[in-house]
Write a protein that binds this ligand. Structure first.
Ligand code: ZN
Length: 443
């Protein structure tokens, strides 16, 4: 039988429910779907004009970034080493107010998506403005994404009111949600930037189209304390009382939670996304990831926006997640390597509501996968592949990336990228941003 892509002799890590590994494995792709996977000796009946001899290479599910703000790549390195309040109010908000528009979102999204592909990410969950621009770049570069259109109660760069944002979100959902790669979802920014009505309408819109809602919750101690002061409830209790978790939820952060919050997150099947590097860089705190997982909460991994990270490298994030939660629990057995790989693949897929399609390499699932040459000094010898994935492999080690059955990066070259003048555009915008920020902060 002829297939579109045939990968042979690979070290295949499937991340399926049996944790199957094939040391000399074959994987066959027809269209956008995996049609066979197993030991090479058992799968000899396929041929392809596009055959990849992956001897010495790891093949694993593409990584998923479950919370980011892709277009913010345009501000990478603009403001570091500041406290959250100063960072947001003196830099991020003024820069976005002046420079966030359809063109800069397009440029920032190109940079972010090229970087994510370069580092082995094959799907991301976003929250930002002008999501139709990010969607266009996903189609151009072949990236899969769940794009949360930001909804706020105060005037945002794209919409003056939450009502306008909600109407536009529904229009985008109707336009894109039957596509192969892009799902648009409501992205109410947080319980403290959206009023009750906006939160409830966002949930109703998500449920009408059976997609997740993407929100930040309980990121900082200040948010937690203000919620208790103003509502006599934690941010999670407040959202639960509004029935906000009555459907799929991508909940970024959840750094400050009590025992009751943990029960709510478990019982309402809220998908929590840990952003360990961002939380450390802004000194927001350390989320109790180990204890949430022990309690049965689904917890995944995201980078958050590049401005608080400053890369979109899920390999770097996996290593950090493993390290920080060991240190935080004073227990080196907490979050072992395999658990962390699950968080960045199949658990993230569950959080995005896409686990029937992606997150593991199985017959019938979409062909979203990456290849990495294991024949390099830092990856020799091999005792435990999960150990290498979390502790030794770097994003830059990724050689080839396949998304939805299409080769989007081959031997470290992102396809289609030559056609984009993104580097020049990005630096021209950055020069203007720098000049503007100097005048703003001098006055
Ligand atoms: Zn965020």
């Amino acid at each position: 039988m002829e297939v579109d892509i045939l990968i042979k002799n690979a070290y295949i890590v499937t991340m399926n429910s049996e944790s199957s590994i094939y040391e000399f494995g074959t994987l066959a792709i027809l269209g956008n779907t995996i049609v066979a996977i197993g030991k090479s000796e058992d799968i000899e009946y396929f041929t392809s004009s596009n055959e990849i001899d992956a001897m010495g290479s790891l093949v694993m599910p593409g990584l998923i970034n479950a919370h980011t703000h892709a277009a913010m790549s345009i501000y990478k390195g603009m403001a570091d080493d500041l406290n959250l309040h100063e960072w947001l109010h003196k830099y991020i908000f003024p820069a976005e107010a002046k420079f966030c528009n359809a063109d800069t979102v397009s440029t920032g999204s190109q940079l972010a998506i090229m970087e994510m592909i370069r580092f082995g990410t094959t799907c991301f969950a976003d929250m930002y403005y002008f999501q139709e621009k990010t969607a266009e770049i996903c189609f151009l570069l072949g990236m899969r994404a769940v794009l949360g259109q930001a909804i706020l109660d105060f005037p945002a760069p794209d919409f003056k009111s939450s009502n306008d944002a909600l109407l536009h979100t529904e229009m985008l959902m109707q336009k894109y949600n039957n596509s192969q790669l892009v799902t648009i979802v409501p992205g109410p920014h947080s319980p403290y930037t959206c009023n009750k009505e906006t939160l409830i309408q966002s949930r109703q819109l998500a449920n009408k189209y059976n997609v997740p809602l993407h929100i930040h919750i309980s990121e900082t101690m200040l948010e937690y304390e203000e919620s208790i002061k103003n509502n006599e409830k934690t941010p999670i209790e407040y959202c639960d009382d509004l029935d906000l978790f009555n459907g799929k939820t991508i909940a970024a952060h959840c750094v400050y939670i009590n025992d009751n919050d943990r029960s709510i997150l478990k019982n309402k099947k809220v998908g929590v996304v840990n952003n360990a590097i961002s939380n450390m860089k802004l000194c927001s705190g350390v989320a109790p990831v180990y204890f949430m997982k022990e309690a049965g909460v689904t917890v995944g991994i995201g980078t958050d926006g590049v401005v608080s990270n400053n890369t979109l490298d899920i390999f770097e994030e996996m290593k950090t997640v493993a390290m920080v939660h060991k240190l935080n629990t004073n227990d080196p057995t907490a979050l072992n390597a395999k658990t962390v790989v699950e968080m960045a693949t199949i658990e993230n897929a569950k959080i995005l509501g896409l686990d029937s399609q992606i997150g593991s390499l199985e017959v019938g699932k979409k062909a979203d996968l990456i290849l990495i040459n294991l024949n390099q000094p830092h990856l020799i010898p091999l005792y435990n592949i999960y150990s290498h994935i979390v502790y030794a492999i770097k994003g830059g080690d990724v050689d080839t990336v396949i998304i939805n059955g299409e080769i989007v990066m081959l031997n470290k070259t992102v396809q289609y990228s030559e056609a984009l003048d993104v580097a020049i555009d990005a630096q021209l915008i950055a020069n203007e941003v720098k000049e503007y920020m100097e005048t703003v902060n001098a006055s």
